[in-house]
Design a protein around this ligand. Structure first.
Ligand code: O7M
Length: 206
């Protein structure tokens, strides 16, 4: 679940209510900026936490961000791949036993402008640099399949399900390992029922 709810109390309530239907919580800047990085630690007491900081910087800064996120309880950190091999390797080294996931093509319409053109290249680079998985768009399942051909058994986490129009089972059928769902769960009147709906949809194709 992508927990972009900015009210900390509500975020924790949603997280608790859906914890048995999800594999991990992805935390991004909206919640960290509104409630502080201690949210990473709080949520890590419930389930695995993936810090989606889309880190895009020089190796030293990447290292400092990844180390900090992992020391607060993150099981994984998401980075951009366009920064090149030295920054990607710095992320992997700084993560230690935690995982690094790299973004390939982004799920929104603007993702076609630049990221789509270099997605395969970025996937190849990520494999070479030792990342554990990739982000690929549920809004374009055929692109998940393209990335899957390059990365072998590594993980694919696929955002764009629900609010952006993608379907979790289509993403899984195309080769995704996990679907990332945000607003369609935490913004729902009944987050638990919504999470169950996505889990059922995924199970239907496993
Ligand atoms: O389900 P939503 O649309 O409410 O939320 C989707 C989440 O996935 C949100 O946290 C985005 O920042 C993130 N995301 C995308 O939507 N598209 C991308 O291409 C990449 C990500 C992402 O998670 O990157 C790591």
């Amino acid at each position: 679940m992508a927990l972009d709810e900015t009210n900390g109390e509500k975020a924790l309530k949603v997280a608790e209510s859906v914890s048995d239907y999800i594999d991990a919580i992805k935390i991004n800047w909206p919640l960290v900026l509104s409630e502080g990085p201690q949210m990473i630690t709080r949520l890590s007491e419930l389930t695995d936490v993936i810090c989606d900081f889309k880190v895009a910087d020089i190796p030293n800064t990447v290292k400092l961000i990844v180390e900090n996120a992992v020391s607060r309880g993150a099981s994984a950190v998401i980075v951009h791949a366009f920064t090149g091999d030295d920054s990607l390797k710095a992320a992997v080294e700084a993560a230690g036993d935690a995982e690094i996931f790299a973004v390939t093509e982004m799920s929104h319409p603007g993702g076609k402008m630049f990221t789509a053109k270099h997605a395969e290249e970025m996937a190849r680079l990520g494999v070479e640099c030792g990342v554990k998985g990739f982000i690929a768009p549920a809004t374009r399942p055929e692109r998940i399949a393209d990335i899957r051909k390059i990365i072998g058994d590594l993980k694919i986490l696929s955002p764009g399900v629900g609010a952006q129009g993608g379907k979790a089972s289509d993403a899984i059928n195309a080769g995704a390992t996990y679907a990332i769902v945000g607003r369609a769960i935490y913004g729902s009147d009944d987050p638990r029922a919504a999470a169950k709906g996505f889990a059922d949809d995924i199970r239907s194709v496993l």
